[in-house]
Design a protein. Structure first.
Length: 137
């Protein structure tokens, strides 16, 4: 099974960007346990979160969003550009973005390490999960 992992990095070596400040995502394709850098996706729009762009159908709050919809209505443009990925790895990911990722079945990992370390651990994790094996050693 092959899948993609999006990583927020400014130097393509370390995970050093938060989801919100990431200007791009490095996309790795994992196939048969082998990770290969496939592309870089640039985030082109700046998003402004306001009370008026709440989707009250999602959160049920007719007065506009406080925080109950978990993402202030429309999905983040950054979430949309990585919507075909199985996971995203950043230095830090906020609660509202985490909820949007969850809705799209994208796993979110916030870590501070090298890309190689993170890819090793995540591919090990998914390999065990996909084969229905215990994560205990």
């Amino acid at each position: 099974m092959s899948y993609k992992i999006a990583i927020a990095s400014s130097d393509s070596e370390n995970i050093n960007e938060t989801f919100g400040s990431a200007k791009s995502f490095v996309i790795y394709e994992v196939s048969d346990g082998v990770c290969k850098k496939s592309e870089e996706r640039i985030c082109t729009t700046e998003e402004k979160v306001t009370k008026n762009n709440c989707n009250s159908k999602v959160c049920g709050n007719s007065d506009g969003c406080g925080s109950s919809c978990g993402g202030y209505g429309e999905p983040s443009a950054k979430v949309e550009i990585i919507s075909d990925c199985r996971a995203v790895v950043c230095k830090k990911i906020g609660f509202h973005i985490r909820k949007q990722l969850e809705r799209k079945a994208i796993s979110a990992f916030d870590v501070s390490c090298t890309i190689d370390e993170a890819l090793d651990k995540i591919t090990f994790y998914y390999n065990r999960i996909d084969r229905h094996e215990s994560l205990r050693k």
